[in-house]
Design a protein around this ligand. Structure first.
Ligand code: HEC
Length: 179
């Protein structure tokens, strides 16, 4: 009886194994909802997940903006409009990351990005130095306006970071005249 039972259960196990083997995997609809759930996890910031938590927040993007605005200025001063154009493009790109990882900054950052950067790009594409300087000053006034009204880390206001026209290029190994 004992031996019969073990033969039976072994037979059942083999049967289950065969069924599993014959099964062609989960139905497409279940796979679809798994994919959707994964997409949702990758699409919405969740600081509890390490992969999200290690993404650069606002401050590292701000450091990038500072670099791009420095390069942009010296490119424009040297009449190297291609270099300036690239830095304006990089500024647009780096800001997009903030909208994703720090959505609460969007309401203050986007209005700035949507007026300051297109004005710079317009002047750069027109190779118009006077218009560029005007757009540049307006853009950095916007940096400072936002800093005055925004907190960050331990600070209630970022007014400590006053942005100006640069006086020195950040990179001595770039020849801003180009070509
Ligand atoms: C949304 C409004 C806003 C605008 C516009 C803005 N900033 Fe900022 N900036 C912030 C905030 C908020 C922080 C603090 C971020 C944090 O705590 O992660 C910051 C921080 C900084 C820092 C300090 C970063 C560090 O890690 O030391 C610099 C430098 C900076 N911004 C430069 C700029 C420049 C240059 C511009 C314009 C070209 C600019 N910011 C435009 C809101 C803004």
């Amino acid at each position: 009886m004992k031996a019969f039972k073990s033969v039976l259960s072994r037979g059942m196990l083999i049967g289950i194994a065969l069924l599993v083997f014959a099964w062609q995997g989960p139905p497409a609809v279940a796979q679809d909802s798994v994919n959707k759930a994964i997409d949702a996890k990758f699409s919405k910031y969740d600081g509890k997940l390490p992969l999200w938590a290690i993404q650069p927040g606002t401050a590292p993007r701000m450091v990038e903006l500072t670099i791009y605005f420095n390069n942009m200025w010296f490119g424009a001063q040297a009449g190297n409009w291609d270099l300036a154009r690239f830095e304006a493009y990089r500024s647009e790109e780096t800001i997009k990351g903030v909208y994703v990882v720090r959505a609460k900054r969007t309401s203050t950052l986007k209005p700035w990005a949507d007026y300051a950067l297109p004005a710079l790009i317009k002047a750069i594409e027109a190779k118009d130095k006077a218009a560029f300087e005007k757009a540049y000053d307006a853009a950095i006034a916007g940096c400072n306006g936002c800093h005055a009204g925004s907190g960050g880390g331990p600070l209630k206001s970022m007014a400590a970071f006053k942005i100006t026209r640069p006086t020195t290029p950040l990179f001595s190994n770039i020849d801003f005249k180009g070509k």
